[in-house]
Design a protein around this ligand. Structure first.
Ligand code: ARG
Length: 417
């Protein structure tokens, strides 16, 4: 009998591990097609769909570094796109692949002025046919050659006007109360008429928030998004219905990692200075430890307290993951996908109800979303700073969701970008 039980246990273990290995590891060194197996890395972004659902032709374009340098993935290598032969059709295609429906501007920047690591693998792209090129994917164009960039310039791209505060008058800031237009990207997410979480506007159709806010309630009809407001309860401000909620599939309740979600709005937002998108950072962008950034929201004023009726905000420094993993702080809990901010001496922090909201940093007068409020032990306690989902680590995921939607349901309204 015991032998029998032992054998059963052994067989179960073998099966479980076998499946585990099959699902989790067999794609080592290869590209994983959603649920339908793996393909060679070299087939990724080669211009035709090799996965059942074409996943291998998504995420083939990215913006990198401080100046938004355009890069494409070819033959398994990310290459910086030269400025020669670049045109607005290509720009629009690239922006669509980044999940936007418009493009604002493309610039040619001297190769020498961008980060060193973006200078080494270069590529020139040119179109041979002159027809309307709306449908092309830029990693899939006619001429594609390794190059030295004949003009010595590379392409930088802007797909959305973001990160500015046109209606904010810096002279009237006082204390911790936010004023209209100070954080125009901050939204309040209401679950059945109650403020639950914060969020950030990243485009006219997308709100970025925390997975733990929506995980148990991932049904669009339950939610209303309020924008352009300071005071709760809400009055005449813009309110919007939600079309779709996507949370990171690796997020687990009670888990701390991959705490990120996106809400797609049913109707596009209208930007007016009090409602504005914040910029996403680019690949490889780093934000220095100690840099002063801002957190905001309607969360509790102390741990266990009630939410605030007015939007509050605070200036907090970024903390390195090393310092945040110190034994006295959060040893063993901080992953590369997180970023800490606040004061080790305590006193200023985000709190319950602020989750999903922005950790925003100003970078040469452009505001960028560096984090989304995720967790902390208590609020504002000594050695327990706020922990935020690190946006630069989630960019591939964010872009993938936006690109997929833009491919499946392209936005056609001209005001929608
Ligand atoms: N998890 C909280 C929320 O749902 C946010 C907590 C942030 N905590 C902190 N100490 N910074 O609103």
């Amino acid at each position: 009998m015991e032998i029998l039980i032992g054998a059963c246990v052994l067989i179960t273990l073998i099966i479980v591990f076998g499946i585990g290995l099959g699902v989790g590891m067999s794609c080592a060194g290869k590209f994983r097609c959603g649920s339908s197996g793996c393909i060679s890395m070299l087939l990724q972004c080669d211009g035709h769909s090799d996965c059942e659902h074409g996943e291998d032709e998504l995420s083939c374009v990215r913006l990198s570094g401080k100046s938004s340098v355009l890069q494409v993935l070819t033959n398994g290598v990310w290459r910086t796109v030269c400025a020669d032969n670049w045109d607005s059709d290509l720009s629009l295609s690239a922006c669509k692949q980044l999940g936007y429906s418009r493009f604002i501007e493309a610039k040619a920047l001297p190769l020498s002025s961008i980060e060193q690591d973006l200078q080494s693998n270069l590529v020139s792209i040119s179109l041979n046919h002159t027809s309307s090129q709306q449908a092309i994917k830029i990693h899939n164009v006619t001429n594609f050659s390794k190059s030295q960039c004949s003009l010595g310039k590379v392409t930088t791209l802007k797909c959305i006007a973001c990160g500015s505060r046109p209606r904010f008058n810096a002279r009237i800031v006082g204390g911790n109360l936010s004023v209209e237009g100070q954080f125009p990207w901050q939204v309040s997410l209401h679950l059945q008429n109650v403020h639950m979480c914060g969020g950030s506007i990243i485009s006219s159709r997308w709100i970025l928030t925390a997975a733990h806010c929506v995980y148990e309630y991932a049904y669009p009809v339950l939610w209303t998004v309020y924008v352009g407001l300071i005071e709760q309860p809400v009055s005449t401000v813009q309110s919007l219905a939600v079309e779709k909620i996507i949370f990171h599939r690796r997020y687990r309740p009670k888990g701390l990692d991959h705490d990120i979600a996106l809400m797609k709005l049913l109707q596009p937002l209208i930007f007016n200075g009090f409602v504005e998108p914040i910029c996403l950072p680019n690949f490889g962008e780093e934000f220095a430890d100690g840099k002063m950034c801002w957190i905001s929201g309607w969360g509790a004023i102390f741990d266990g307290g009630e939410g605030s009726d007015s939007m509050l905000s605070a200036r907090v420094p970024l903390i390195s993951n090393k310092a945040c993993s110190h034994p006295e702080v959060y040893q063993g809990y901080i992953s590369p996908g997180m970023i800490c901010a606040g004061y080790l001496e305590g006193g200023t922090d985000s709190c319950q109800g602020d989750s999903g909201g922005p950790l925003a940093c100003e970078d040469s007068s452009v505001w960028k979303l560096v984090g989304a409020t995720s967790w902390g032990q208590g609020c504002a306690e000594k050695n327990k700073p706020g922990v935020y989902t690190r946006i630069t680590q989630s960019l591939t995921w964010i872009r993938l969701q936006m690109e997929r939607e833009e491919m499946q349901h392209p936005s056609t309204i001209s005001s929608d970008y």
